[in-house]
Design a binder for this molecule. Structure first.
Ligand SMILES: [Zn+2]
Length: 257
């Protein structure tokens, strides 16, 4: 897709990067990303993907904006309380970058609708808040052969994992079984601080841009753990499991990106 003069001006600071190029920007313009969840992780992810010029964005969230969301979910404002979060996020993103197309899904991703909502995306970014959704998104992306960026945050701890099904370890390769319900506290129970989610979401957006443009290699086969107490990162190497129920049968040849 060709870049207009307005594109060249809007994206000039990333176009000037030696790692970037007009071709990378044009790939972004013709690319599609779906972001699952518009909360503490989804807000920075969507902001940076819309800002960077991803041509088509899918925004998925079935929840309504709550007063307790506002300290860490900067796409939602006080007058948005009780508005559907996908709708609230879309209105801000469209103002931020009117040149991109946004598709709004006021829905929860579940097994029955996951592949329908995620099909056609060049990358999926999972910013959901439950393990059940995380495994559904991972398995659907593996079935579709769609690159995925997983992320999670709880308290002062975060995790980021970019995935190319058929090529690198998927979330289920790294964590084969879902933790039993109630065994891991939720953000509601354990708490979370806005900037910690901002760090994790920014890293997810970065990895998604790498996967979409090919400008820089994504950190595949790595689980990046962030400890925001001391700003330390631990990179845990991981690899595909030949018996993974999600990705073992995905042929690498189907991969895009
Ligand atoms: Zn796997």
């Amino acid at each position: 897709m060709t870049l207009t003069d307005a594109d060249l001006e809007r994206y000039s600071r990333q176009l000037v990067l030696p790692e970037w190029s007009g071709a990378a920007q044009a790939r972004l313009k013709s690319a599609s990303a779906v972001v699952v969840g518009t909360g503490a992780l989804g807000s920075p992810v969507l902001t940076y993907l819309a800002g960077a010029g991803v041509g088509r964005l899918g925004v998925v969230d079935d929840g309504e904006v709550e007063l307790s969301n506002l300290p860490r979910q900067p796409l939602h404002f006080t007058p948005d309380v009780e508005v559907n979060k996908a709708v609230s996020a879309t209105s801000k993103l469209q103002l931020m970058n009117p040149t991109i197309m946004i598709e709004t899904f006021p829905a929860r991703i579940e097994e029955f609708n996951a592949e329908a909502i995620l099909a056609g995306a060049d990358v999926v970014v999972d910013c959901s808040d439950t393990f059940a959704t995380r495994y559904v998104v991972n398995d659907a992306c593996c079935a579709l052969g769609t690159p995925l960026v997983e992320g999670g945050v709880l308290g002062f701890d975060g995790l980021v994992m970019p995935i190319k099904p058929g090529e690198s370890a998927c979330y289920r390769c790294a964590f084969p079984t879902e933790p039993p319900e109630g065994s891991v506290p939720s953000c509601r129970e354990a708490g979370v601080l806005g900037p910690v989610a901002g760090i994790v979401g920014s890293m997810q957006a970065l990895e998604a841009l790498k996967l979409l443009t090919g400008a820089v290699e994504p950190a595949l086969d790595r689980i990046v753990q962030i400890d925001a107490r001391n700003l330390e990162q631990t990179v845990v190497k991981t690899s595909r499991r030949p018996d993974c129920t999600a990705c073992a049968r995905v042929p690498a040849a189907t991969q895009s990106g």
